[in-house]
Design a protein around this ligand. Sequence first.
Ligand SMILES: *[C@@H]1O[C@H](CO)[C@@H](O)[C@H](O)[C@H]1NC(C)=O
Ligand SMILES: *[C@@H]1O[C@H](CO)[C@@H](O)[C@H](O)[C@H]1NC(C)=O
Ligand SMILES: *[C@@H]1O[C@H](CO)[C@@H](O)[C@H](O)[C@H]1NC(C)=O
Ligand SMILES: *[C@@H]1O[C@H](CO)[C@@H](O)[C@H](O)[C@H]1NC(C)=O
Ligand SMILES: *[C@@H]1O[C@H](CO)[C@@H](O)[C@H](O)[C@H]1NC(C)=O
Length: 258
Amino acid sequence: MAHPSQIIFYGATILITFFLVSFNIHWSEKSLLNERKKDIDHCPGEPVRDTITPLKGQKAFIIAPYYDNRKENVIRILGIVHHKEVVELYCHFCCSVNKTIPTTRAEIQMHQDRFGFPYGLSDIICAEPPNCKPKHVFVHWNSQHTANLTKFPIRNRERGEFKANFTVCISTMFGNYSNILQFIQTIEMYKILGAQKVDVYLNNCSQHMAEVLQFYRREGTVEIIPWHIHRYLKISNSWRLRTMIKNSGITATISHVE
Ligand SMILES: *[C@@H]1O[C@H](CO)[C@@H](O)[C@H](O)[C@H]1NC(C)=O
Ligand SMILES: *[C@@H]1O[C@H](CO)[C@@H](O)[C@H](O)[C@H]1NC(C)=O
Ligand SMILES: *[C@@H]1O[C@H](CO)[C@@H](O)[C@H](O)[C@H]1NC(C)=O
Ligand SMILES: *[C@@H]1O[C@H](CO)[C@@H](O)[C@H](O)[C@H]1NC(C)=O
Ligand SMILES: *[C@@H]1O[C@H](CO)[C@@H](O)[C@H](O)[C@H]1NC(C)=O
């Protein structure tokens, strides 16, 4: 039998872990809130249709731009980028102050944890032009080209109300995932520990699992974020070949075999 002090120790460890998790995800949560805000400014361009958007003519995909004023005013764009073949990208901003579209060259910061895969998570960072207050940004390899591009709403700019104080993000559900017992146990445990939301990045799962996900979605616990990475990259079926991408609490698994 477990000694009471042991139980307290384990309990404390689990709680601390979850506090850390909740702390980490504050940032991403704010952004998800802002994403749903109605787009009221008049910026030309195609609206975003999916959580992952391929950049035309580039081995690069955009997930989402965030306003980041922690050190200086930059737009930090999360993307999935080929580590060798993408060298130059530009941000074209749609100013809300006036109708101009200033351009800045992006700094592409590839994350270290690529595990040998050709694609990995990247921060595409653009300085924000002064007196512009952009709500949208286009990304392109050509510094001149701004026609017919996808306009990405810049999240995080307005501080919204928190939908939840404690959200848990779990890594992407791939393949015919159908470990229902494990999933239910996990969600119920998160709820006991105080989680108000669980974000599930869903690539694919079994039919039975999909029903369980819908149950928790209706209950208001689970938020499903579609993750159609298989439309663009081949997914490896071995965990060893996976590239974990982590940023600001968003954890997802993306992999590719060439
Ligand atoms: C519009 O804003 C841009 C970006 O700050 C600035 O460079 C430009 O001079 C402004 N144009 C007008 C007409 O105000
Ligand atoms: C933008 O798209 C429209 C409609 O598809 C097309 O007629 C136009 O030529 C495109 N413009 C550029 C610069 O590609
Ligand atoms: C989050 O915590 C604050 C402070 O305890 C509380 O006022 C607020 O209602 C909570 N929000 C949610 C969504 O639970
Ligand atoms: C998916 O998993 C379920 C449950 O393990 C199984 O019954 C089903 O045949 C599987 N489907 C495929 C396409 O592998
Ligand atoms: C998703 O998984 C099901 C089996 O669970 C399979 O039949 C289906 O083809 C998969 N879809 C994709 C897009 O991989």
